[in-house]
Design a binder for this molecule. Structure first.
Ligand SMILES: NC(=O)C1=CN([C@@H]2O[C@H](COP(=O)(O)OP(=O)(O)OC[C@H]3O[C@@H](n4cnc5c(N)ncnc54)[C@H](OP(=O)(O)O)[C@@H]3O)[C@@H](O)[C@H]2O)C=CC1
Ligand SMILES: O=C1O[C@H](COP(=O)(O)O)[C@@H](O)[C@H](O)[C@H]1O
Length: 489
């Protein structure tokens, strides 16, 4: 029995169903929604690829994906229910008449058509045209679009224009999978459901903020795509700027899609441009050389499979970001992200200001400032560093810095943390756009990122080397040291 859901049943059409993302993430996530009974009873899942299969063959492909990528044993009962929802269509996405075959399996009358584009962006336009050609676009039809949306502002406009020829903004769901992460969503709750943070969240109380997204993986066989993108386009333009805007935005009036997106957009528009005049002070780009990660020897970027020995693509970026608005005047946000770092870990550290006066100076010369650490992944949780009195009867009061540590796995023991894609696919089926990125946000993010990419081009400097397994080039440490600060590790 399906749980009670407010959405109409859907035809979830998975374009690129045999690709890496679909097999590794989307199919296992849909299985989890089935397991949790969150799919409406009559919802269908329609796989689209250009290989010749009958439905039985496609079910086998799906079963194999589950076996390979599900992080737990496959529950046969759930799998049976899940496989019963499947349909398959062989479609070459560049051939308009092929879309007529999809019309035979979907039902626009009784189900909402949700089209997930898990394909290269180069075919997004062709899919939209094909769907229109087959009469599959009505007011309810939705499209879910994977990143990257373009390579720069101009190319993102071309893709968005193409989609907009067939769909209104309220039908377009642009994925940034970080927005589907439990802990990223929790930023809204931490900030806007707790007066202790709400009332201390500005330049009066906060000294600076650090956002680190460290990855221990390299390019994982995606050299062709990655070398064209680099860490700036792959991670900063989307995931890091989305986290930054959720952290820095003004309180939205409610949690509706546009209330949240309006506030995020204001932050993106207030990012101080970085130009060729200050890029060398405010940014560091790096590229990994060979080294050791988790005790394993790993190749350098230029020695990865499929690599071009002369690439100048950055695999590490750190940036000092200034937000030119009332709340954040004088508060730098330091962003840092890289491949082949010592660990996988995404963390936000909010450094509060030091106190104006120390009444304990006889026993404790300087009082360390409070810190709020938000661990987004792994070991999800929230930690606050506070000063406390050490118990004892001594003449002088002894102080010690201590931690209040809320670990999600200890606190919410029986609650499984859902994968981001589970939430995002469910929200797309429910028709809630809050966790999807609006066109103007994508464009504001590109406008700012393009300025930095342009400054790097003009400066003609190569990225700085760092050994795989380190925290990036030493210049990244120096960038903070100049401001009398250091990275939390
Ligand atoms: N993989 C990942 O971890 C991530 C991926 N993304 C994004 O998701 C999207 C999909 O990525 P990924 O799964 O890695 O890519 P893949 O290349 O693995 O998969 C794309 C799929 O699209 C199919 N396809 C392409 N052109 C056509 C066509 N004309 N007709 C029919 N099928 C076609 C391919 O079929 P065929 O095999 O026959 O060529 C392939 O199965 C991309 O936009 C990517 O940027 C975003 C974040 C992470
Ligand atoms: O979008 C992307 O994200 C992954 C990192 O995602 P995470 O959920 O594992 O933190 C990154 O490795 C990949 O290069 C990028 O395209």
């Amino acid at each position: 029995m399906a749980k009670s859901l407010s959405h109409k049943p859907c035809d979830l059409v998975l374009f690129g169903t045999k690709g890496d993302l679909a097999r590794r993430k989307l199919i296992p996530s849909l299985y989890q929604l089935e397991r949790a009974q969150l799919l409406a009873e009559d919802t269908k899942i329609v796989g689209i690829a250009r290989d010749k299969h009958d439905l039985k063959g496609y079910k086998k492909v799906v079963s194999e994906s589950l076996k390979e990528f599900l992080k737990e044993p496959v529950d046969k009962e759930v799998e049976k229910r899940f496989l019963a929802r499947l349909e398959y269509c062989k479609v070459d996405m560049t051939v308009k008449d092929d879309y007529l075959k999809i019309a035979d399996v979907v039902d626009l009358e009784s189900r909402t058509m949700v089209n997930y584009f898990s394909t290269p962006p180069s075919v997004f336009g062709a899919i939209c045209e094909g769907l229109s050609h087959a009469g599959l676009v009505n007011e309810e039809t939705r499209v879910v679009v994977e990143k990257p949306i373009g390579h720069c502002l101009e190319s993102s406009k071309v893709i968005n224009d193409k989609i907009a020829e067939h769909f209104n903004e309220n039908q377009i769901y642009r994925i940034d999978h970080y927005l589907g992460k439990e802990t990223v969503l929790n930023l809204l709750v931490l900030r806007f459901a707790n007066a202790i943070f709400t009332n201390n969240w500005d330049h009066e109380c906060i000294d600076h903020v650090q956002i680190s997204v460290a990855e221990s993986v390299g390019v994982e066989g995606r050299w062709g795509y990655y070398d064209d993108a680099g860490q700036m386009r792959d991670m900063v333009q989307n995931h890091l700027l989305q986290i930054l805007s959720l952290l820095a935005m003004e309180p939205p009036v409610d949690v509706s899609a546009d209330s949240i997106r309006n506030e995020k957009l204001k932050v993106l528009k207030a990012l101080r441009p970085i130009t060729v005049d200050d890029a060398s002070e405010k940014t560091v780009r790096g590229q990994y050389t060979k080294g050791f990660v988790n005790g394993q020897q790993v190749p350098g970027y230029l020695e990865e499979e499929g690599a071009n020995t002369e690439s100048d693509t950055e695999t590490f970026v750190s940036i000092r970001v200034d937000i030119d608005n009332w709340r954040w005047a004088g508060v730098p946000f330091y962003l840092r992200t890289g491949k082949r770092m010592p660990i996988k870990g995404t963390e936000i550290v909010v450094h509060f200001k030091e106190l104006p006066h120390n009444i304990f100076k006889e026993t404790y010369k300087t009082l360390p400032a409070n810190k709020l650490i938000i661990r987004l992944q792994p070991h999800e949780g929230v930690e606050i560093h506070l000063m406390n009195k050490v118990p004892g009867l001594g003449e002088k009061m002894e102080l010690q810095q201590t931690k209040l540590d809320l670990s999600f796995s200890d606190t919410f023991k029986n609650d499984r943390i859902a994968d981001a894609y589970e939430r995002l696919m469910l929200e797309a089926m429910l028709g809630n756009q809050s966790l999807f990125v609006r066109r103007d946000e994508v464009e504001a993010a590109w406008a700012w990122v393009d300025g930095i990419l342009d400054a790097w081009d003009k400066s003609n400097e190569s990225p700085k080397d760092y050994s795989a397994g380190s925290w990036g080039p030493v210049a990244s440490i120096a960038m903070l040291a100049k401001d009398d600060r250091e990275w939390d590790e």
